[in-house]
Design a protein around this ligand. Structure first.
Ligand SMILES: *Cc1c(COP(=O)(O)O)cnc(C)c1O
Length: 412
């Protein structure tokens, strides 16, 4: 017998289809390309060999054989699943060891391991804030911070990107109007689509003056910033009350952690719903992350960060020499703003045909009119690969400008 088909499926699809059509017409439709094999610099994407210049695997650890071997050994020993949430029966020795090592690495008393950065941000914000509390947030914060803030029901004060005076004004309002509330300022450290840094020392000072707590999401800083790779907080010498970072980017694994005081972590264990009601990650992924962390924290990490820094400077100089106007970022995230969605897609496609994979980033990931190529560099790239990219990118950029300029010229 065929399965019973609920009659409402047609009605549901009829509602959804026009929305998909609108996205397609606006060049905002998203599709996935399939990668065969590993997610390193040299990839097979939809069956074609290409060089990846859009991942967050900043140190090349996602395909490091030592990290993979740590996971393989743990899989052979412990199997795959953790079987339950950490509070039921899922908390493995590997999880505990990773939490201890992460806390020590960022210099905080405790850390709590989450399955994803998304879950960490949702769990912290929903867990800590209630409707009488106030969240003060940078307008370009990661979507998970925006959603976590909304879900919490707290009053949400959105501040212009990196606007220290705006933050001061918002904190002042929050202090005057909600003197007894928990007031939390939350910001990305490295903004994921722009590559610039939050003014953390100024924000930290303001929080101190106005009695607010500071939460920093260092997803793109951990492992790559600071002499020891502790991240943006090391580089800028701040110690937030709540320090979030992810393990799926420079550590090449998956997951995230929240570091802070013993009390904070104990509170999250009781109250972070995305953690309490979610199966603990596989022990093997924790074993892999421990090995990645050892590499990041050791002499090799120092060398990898130095290679990455040199690549960033080299890439920026080469682009400047060929008239490619990158944004003013000093991190591994080097966006080239194109503006229109269709043109961004066309350039991305042209680059892909020439063997370079740089995804087109469009709204709602970035504000309207600022569609861009989000180019990322990693320590695993070579100079020759960067040379090839710059030459191809400059060609595609100038071609696109010519074709955009010609109709206007014809009209004039
Ligand atoms: C990637 C990212 C996240 C989400 O982390 P996942 O582990 O991928 O869910 C959160 N915050 C920022 C700033 C990010 O860039």
């Amino acid at each position: 017998m065929p399965p019973v088909q609920p009659m409402e499926t047609d009605r549901l699809d009829t509602r959804l289809r026009p929305q998909l059509e609108r996205l397609r017409a606006a060049d905002l439709y998203r599709v996935r390309r399939v990668v065969d094999g590993g997610h390193g610099v040299q990839m097979r994407v939809d069956g074609r060999a290409c060089l990846n210049f859009c991942s967050n695997d900043y140190l090349g650890l996602a395909t490091d054989p030592r990290v993979a071997e740590a996971a393989r050994a743990a899989l052979a020993r412990d199997g795959t699943g953790s079987g339950a949430s950490a509070l039921i029966s899922g908390h493995n020795r590997e999880h505990r060891a990773l939490e201890d090592e992460l806390a020590a690495f960022v210099g905080r008393p405790r850390a709590l391991l989450f399955s994803t950065g998304w879950a960490a941000n949702l769990g912290v914000l929903r867990g800590l804030l209630g409707k009488h509390d106030v969240l003060v947030a940078d307008e370009l914060n990661h979507a998970s911070l925006i959603d976590g803030g909304r879900l919490s029901g707290a009053r949400y004060l959105r501040v212009g990107h990196g606007d220290v005076r705006g933050f001061d004004a918002a904190l002042r309002v929050a202090q005057d109007e909600h003197p007894d509330a928990l007031r939390l300022l939350v910001t990305d450290s490295v903004f994921s689509m722009d590559g610039d840094l939050a003014p953390l020392p100024e924000l930290s000072r303001l929080c101190g003056e106005r009695g607010a707590a500071l939460m920093v999401d260092d997803a793109h800083g951990l492992g790559v910033l600071g002499a020891r790779g502790q991240g943006a907080c090391e580089l800028l010498q701040v110690q937030p009350d709540i320090h979030v970072a992810t393990l799926g980017k420079s550590l090449g694994c998956a997951g995230a952690f929240v570091a802070g005081s013993d009390t904070l972590v104990e509170f999250l264990v009781q109250r972070a719903r995305s953690w309490v009601f979610s199966t603990a990650p596989p022990p093997a992924i924790a074993a892999a992350a421990r090995t990645a962390l050892r590499i990041v924290a050791g002499a090799e990490g120092v060398a990898l960060r130095e290679t990455l820094r040199a690549h960033i400077a080299y890439f920026r100089e080469a682009c400047a020499a060929l008239g490619v106007p990158l944004m003013a970022s000093q991190t591994a995230i080097q966006p080239l703003v194109i503006g229109a969605e269709a043109r961004t897609l066309a350039i991305s496609r042209a680059l892909f045909e020439r063997g370079y994979w740089i995804a087109a980033i469009r709204p709602p990931t970035v504000p309207r009119g600022t569609a861009r190529l989000r180019i990322t560099l990693t320590a695993a790239h070579t100079r020759a690969q960067i040379d090839g990219l710059v030459e191809t990118l400059a060609g595609a950029w100038h071609d696109a400008r010519m074709s955009a300029a010609s109709p206007a010229t014809a009209k004039a």
